[in-house]
Design a protein around this ligand. Structure first.
Ligand code: SF4
Ligand code: SF4
Length: 375
């Protein structure tokens, strides 16, 4: 019997027609179809809007099988994808229409789990997408990371061999991450160093933003290709701007107003965290535009400097929380009005977070420190 289409599967899972239309609109926005040349060309050729292109693909294509391997990792990227407070778009895509094998999330274990992977690799040879979380290790033939008695190198190469494309999610898979930090005792590498005969795309981050990983999977499902990337194989739709480019604290940066300490009044009021070690100006990722927790906030908005987790040498590249004295992009003219406006927006966002914290029973001191207190 042929596989059900994604639309059939979603309908059987209780998704109404109206919700399906909304879902397609969200997906087309998520993968940047409106803005991608491939998406525009496809829409123009079919005489349809991008959301209709997505709807057509979901109605006609069977689900895209995904095998998700974990190598040297902390499972943080898996955790990020599975920790939504309510069913999210990413959950819907990954749980309902994609993942066949995921060591942490699947109910099966041991031989049963390995059999599920083997069956998917055989049935969908040349069609499935392989997602890799964690870094492969090469010393002593990969003996520092074994699963079911087999080396991680053997498992990775075997799964990549029959894959249509490989997605390296998280800094560890994309660039080597923490396991590759000096002195790199296990010989950790990036996935792209090991798999060189398949299309590989990197979704670095610590963790990777779940909607970006899902967006790339959906792009492949709808268009049959991986999205356009930068020189580090990162999808341009999500890594085309720095954190600094869309940061709410940016007007304060331009105005030369820099927070002096963590949690102090200036940091709470939205002043720039550059002198507390923020690496936003040199870090390409979508945190400041997509944000986390379903668009609620992201680390810099919540008062923590960007650590540069989506860049190579994340752990060895100059240390964390190291104050920088010469701010970048400092213009001659100070736009204090803009800075005050941004401060008001950020202050409002922090107040919302505080109220949400209260509702969840979080003590105020855990959410946002009281305003007006001396630094
Ligand atoms: S340096 Fe950091 S805190 Fe300051 S504006 Fe840039 S990204 Fe935001
Ligand atoms: S703000 Fe910077 S360190 Fe934090 S998750 Fe985003 S890219 Fe990574």
């Amino acid at each position: 019997m042929p596989d059900k289409t994604i639309y059939q599967q979603l309908r059987e899972d209780g998704l109404s027609r109206r919700d399906f239309v909304k879902f397609c609109g969200l997906l087309s926005g998520m993968i940047g179809l409106e803005f991608s040349a491939a998406g525009k060309a496809l829409g123009a050729a079919a005489g349809r809007a991008p959301a209709d292109v997505v709807a057509q693909a979901l109605k006609t294509k069977p689900r895209l099988p995904v095998i998700w391997l974990e190598l040297q990792d902390c499972a943080g990227c898996t955790e990020a994808i599975s920790r939504s407070t309510s069913p999210s778009l990413s959950n819907l895509v990954l749980n309902r229409i994609a993942i066949d094998y995921q060591e942490t999330l699947m109910a099966a274990a041991g031989a049963q789990a390995e059999e599920a992977k083997r069956a998917t690799m055989a049935k969908y040879r040349g069609q499935y997408v392989l997602v890799v979380e964690g870094s492969p290790t090469v010393f002593q033939g990969g003996a520092f990371c074994t699963i079911g008695g087999r080396s991680n190198l053997e498992i990775l190469k075997e799964a990549a061999e029959g894959a249509a494309a490989v997605i390296a999610t998280g800094n560890c898979a994309a660039f080597g991450g923490l396991p590759r930090a000096h002195p790199n005792p296990t010989g950790a590498h990036a996935v792209m160093d090991i798999i060189t005969d398949k299309p590989v795309i990197n979704i670095p981050g610590c963790p990777a933003i779940p909607d970006v990983t899902t967006g790339v999977i959906v792009h492949f499902l709808v268009l049959g290709t991986l999205p356009k990337t930068d020189g580090l194989k990162r999808p341009l739709a999500f890594y085309g701007h720095t954190i600094h480019d869309h940061c709410l604290r940016r007007p304060f940066h331009e105005a030369g107003r820099f927070a002096a300490d963590f949690g102090g009044r200036s940091a709470r009021e939205g002043w720039c965290l550059y002198k507390l070690g923020c690496k936003g100006p040199t870090t390409y990722n979508a945190c400041s535009s997509l944000k986390w927790e379903r668009g609620l906030s992201f680390p810099v908005q919540s008062g923590h400097p960007c650590l540069g987790c989506s860049e190579p040498k994340f752990w060895d590249g100059g240390g964390f929380y190291q104050g920088q004295s010469a701010p970048l992009n400092r213009p001659g003219k100070v736009d204090v009005g803009l800075a005050v406006g941004a401060g008001a927006i950020l202050g409002g966002a922090l107040a919302v977070a505080n109220r949400a914290g209260k509702k969840r029973g979080v003590a105020k001191s855990e959410a946002v420190p009281p305003k007006g207190k001396a630094e």
